[in-house]
Design a protein around this ligand. Structure first.
Ligand SMILES: *[C@@H]1O[C@H](CO)[C@@H](O)[C@H](O)[C@H]1NC(C)=O
Ligand SMILES: *[C@@H]1O[C@H](CO)[C@@H](O)[C@H](O)[C@H]1NC(C)=O
Length: 190
């Protein structure tokens, strides 16, 4: 039954997505252009900055059925215990965390926030691990130049995977905490 309900929910989302509310986060100063439905041909600026938006097409009429029923085997062998929607997570190598999560606790990567928000909307939460072999030998320092949260010593790569020694500041952890203020993300740093 649970599976059927879940499928219905997705289908419903897909069809009504045009009018559904979506949370989009913007970096300060990067608010979207004001929108207009004016004819695109009347815009005279550079094409890359054309602010024209296209009117969404009308919904099909009649609407296709919003629910589908499937016969699911009631008790298949090998069925696992029930897992939470956030059972699956993903991993970010620590040495590139400052390219994916954000620059530091005050400059977060907006596309990453949007990705997390999309997953959390469906799974309830997101689990992200920041770690890997670059974390195995990472050490904490109080500060780094220019507000950086981590730095690699590319001249010191040693092991077979050429992992550079890494230093990070506590602000890396604050950055993760700040992301969790916006989206329900649970972190692992191992
Ligand atoms: C991010 O974290 C820092 C340090 O905890 C805090 O001072 C700052 O207000 C936070 N920024 C945002 C946008 O939440
Ligand atoms: C983040 O980096 C910016 C740009 O270098 C800097 O101005 C800001 O102070 C940094 N934020 C923190 C919390 O270090």
């Amino acid at each position: 039954m649970g599976n059927i309900a879940l499928f219905r929910l997705f289908l419903f989302h897909g069809l009504l997505g045009i009018s559904a509310a979506v949370t989009i986060y913007y970096a300060p100063g990067q608010n979207p252009f004001s929108t207009t439905s004016a004819d695109a041909s009347s815009y005279t600026g550079a094409a890359a900055y054309n602010p024209t938006t296209i009117d969404p097409p009308a919904l099909p009429d009649p609407l296709p059925s919003l629910s589908l029923d499937f016969n699911i085997q009631s008790n298949p062998t090998g069925l696992s215990i029930t897992q939470s929607g956030a059972f699956m997570g993903f991993s970010v190598e620590m040495s590139v965390a400052n390219q994916i999560l954000g620059k530091n606790s005050s400059i977060l990567q907006v596309p990453f926030l949007n990705l997390l928000a999309t997953i959390a909307q469906r799974a309830g939460a997101v689990r992200v691990r920041v770690g890997g072999n670059s974390q195995d030998t990472a050490s904490e320092v109080a500060t780094l130049d220019d507000g950086k949260v981590l730095e690699k010593d590319l001249s010191g790569v040693t092991n077979p995977t050429e992992t550079p020694p890494l230093v990070f500041t506590p602000d890396l952890l604050y950055m993760m905490r700040n992301i969790s203020d916006f989206v329900n993300v649970r972190w692992y740093t191992v």
